[in-house]
Design a protein around this ligand. Structure first.
Ligand SMILES: Nc1ncnc2c1ncn2[C@@H]1O[C@H](COP(=O)(O)OP(=O)(O)O)[C@@H](O)[C@H]1O
Ligand SMILES: O=C(CO)[C@H](O)[C@H](O)COP(=O)(O)O
Length: 540
């Protein structure tokens, strides 16, 4: 719950920009979601590993969904607005107009998306510097972070983009600028993706060493020299122009934003789980791992002191929960990988037709199909001789190796619906296994995690959730509010409005605004003994 509101009857709006869609929610002071709307957004892949979006397109989608969720309500009760978004790179010129990030010169496509892997040579050279800032990204900078992408722009689009650029924003910061006209960046974005330190600020020597001394020369004005904690109120709030676009009252508080995974983490990590007999009950919040699973999966664990986990991003100070260090493990494609495997199979048209006939999603259909074909054995055992290695887009954590590729072993000539269902299961298991490897790396470095808190699109898939419980051997908590990422965004708006002093933290129970008490808890299925079976395979 959000906690004690100063003003009964207040509303907050949260806007969440994911990879595939924009969502908005109207949330009340108890943290309950009153209205929800979503809208797909465009993505372009002009070349393999180049992924682009349009900031104008995304802003338009934000306006559509926001107008929908406030329809018919008393606008005067809306007190705050918060944004979260993927950590994609937005490029604008000195007059804040979009600049193309592509060789075609298409101005519309001015965002290099987070999953874009064009800057392989650049990140390789950055890692070769062994600069000390790399200690705070797990020892190896990811090609998905901003420094290699900026270097790519300088080296490849000098005249059409780099020389004309006036502003490089992380997408969450672009949205808060668009709403307020304030160019201040969120500590969350700059610390997690741009090498900024909450304690020491920018490191001039890093930017000089990698060939981006331009930023030092102009005192970082293009990438941010005013930094605010997530939830801080920006300027004079919503500008009249943005208010008109969004259908909200001008002047309402707008918060410094969060990356989407961090908003999800904030939305779930403080859940009140009393009465479920979980190992984390009465334990420090540091015993919890938030897993935000959409197109990618992000594994957010916090600690009182910095923990250096090789191959796991961070430690980042105050980037998610104020006063705590954050480690962020991740798998770059999880939802996207499942979609890829299922949609690319020869039996997909048959699956689609059968699912449509039953008015089910393809995943609901596949889950029930697996139940039908499992016979006497637990579902998990259907994959004893079919295995997937899930690093189709490299490995983000804990191997931190972007060159890794995916693999399937145990294929046969048949391509019927049973094969598709089993391949889907093996993919889900491989992803859960990836989560387990990340947890093991975090535990080995000093984390003490006992319970998982899942949210995001994939947490709506019961098989995905159960496999995570079975394979990690840890209970999984799902909050009553499935759109927890949006609750996290609305919490930011509530903080910015001044109705809530800040994100509150209770050390033995988490953040004092977590989802309401009736959580769903999925324990590992001990009857399947899947975790033990996997252990046996590893031993062999
Ligand atoms: N009800 C559902 N059942 C199974 N999978 C789902 C469901 N809803 C969404 N997903 C999966 O979740 C992923 C997208 O999650 P989402 O959180 O919407 O992504 P993003 O934030 O990256 O836009 C997709 O791969 C999709 O297949
Ligand atoms: O790097 C990340 C967070 O730090 C995410 O992977 C990125 O923001 C994409 O999110 P999603 O999978 O929800 O689209």
């Amino acid at each position: 719950m959000l906690g004690e509101a100063q003003e009964p009857g207040s509303y907050y709006v949260g806007v969440d920009v994911g990879t595939g869609s924009v969502r908005a929610a109207l949330v009340d002071q108890r943290g309950s979601l009153l209205a929800f709307a979503d809208q797909p957004i465009n993505k372009w892949e002009p070349q393999f590993n180049h992924h682009e979006q349009s900031s104008e397109d995304i802003w338009t989608a934000c306006c559509v969904v926001t107008k929908k969720v406030v329809q018919g309500i008393d606008l005067n009760r809306i007190r705050g607005l918060g944004f979260d978004a993927t950590c994609s790179l937005v490029v604008l010129d000195k007059q804040f107009r979009p600049l193309p990030v592509n060789c075609e010169g298409d101005f519309h496509r001015n965002i290099i998306m987070w999953l874009d892997h064009r800057a392989v040579s650049q990140v390789h050279r950055i890692n070769e510097t062994k600069h000390s800032v790399l200690q705070y990204v797990g020892g190896v900078m990811s090609v998905e972070m901003q420094a290699p992408k900026l270097l790519w722009l300088k080296e490849n689009l000098r005249e059409t983009c780099w020389d004309k650029a006036g502003h490089f924003f992380d997408l969450p910061d672009f949205l808060s600028w668009k709403a307020t006209g304030v160019t201040a960046r969120s500590l969350c974005s700059l610390v997690c993706k741009w090498t900024y330190s909450a304690e020491r600020g920018w490191d001039d020597s890093f930017w000089k060493m990698i060939g981006l001394e331009d930023f030092v020369a102009d005192n970082y004005s293009k990438i941010g020299n005013q930094v605010l904690p997530p939830g801080a109120s920006l300027g004079n709030g919503l500008t009249p122009e943005a208010a008109k676009d969004l259908g909200l009252p001008a002047g309402i508080a707008v918060a410094a934003s969060l990356i989407d995974a961090h908003a999800g983490g904030l939305g779930v990590i403080g859940a009140d789980v009393r009465g479920h007999g979980l190992a984390c009950e009465g334990q420090p919040v540091t015993s919890r791992l938030a897993v935000i699973c959409g197109t990618s999966s992000c594994h957010m664990g916090i600690s009182k002191d910095p923990i250096f986990v090789p191959g796991v991003w961070g430690p980042y100070f105050s980037a998610m929960v104020p006063g705590f260090w954050l480690n962020e493990g991740g798998q770059s494609v999880t939802g996207k990988l499942i979609d890829h495997m299922v949609q690319g199979h020869a039996a997909f048209p048959e699956l689609q037709a059968k699912a449509t006939a039953r008015c089910q999603s393809v995943y609901a259909y596949l889950n029930s199909h697996l139940d039908l074909i499992k016979k006497a054995q637990p579902v998990g055992f259907l994959t004893v001789d079919l295995h997937v290695w899930p690093d189709f887009h490299g490995n983000r954590s804990p191997l931190a190796d972007l060159t890794l590729k995916g693999m399937v072993t145990g294929l046969k000539l048949s391509q019927d619906l049973d094969d598709l269902a089993i391949l889907y299961l093996a993919t889900v298991q491989a992803i859960a296994f990836g989560t387990r490897l990340i947890i093991e790396a975090m535990q080995a470095a000093g984390h003490s995690i006992s319970t998982l808190f899942l949210c995001g699109g994939l947490s709506k898939n019961p098989l995905f959730v159960q496999m995570h419980a079975d394979i990690t051997g840890m209970p999984v908590v799902l909050s009553q509010e499935v759109e927890s990422v949006l609750v996290g965004a609305a919490i930011l708006g509530a903080c910015a409005s001044g109705d809530f002093a800040s994100v509150q933290v209770c050390e033995d129970q988490g953040v004092g605004h977590g989802p309401s008490p009736s959580e769903t808890v999925l324990p590992p299925d001990s009857s399947s003994h899947l975790a033990k079976h996997i252990q046996d395979i590893i031993k062999k």
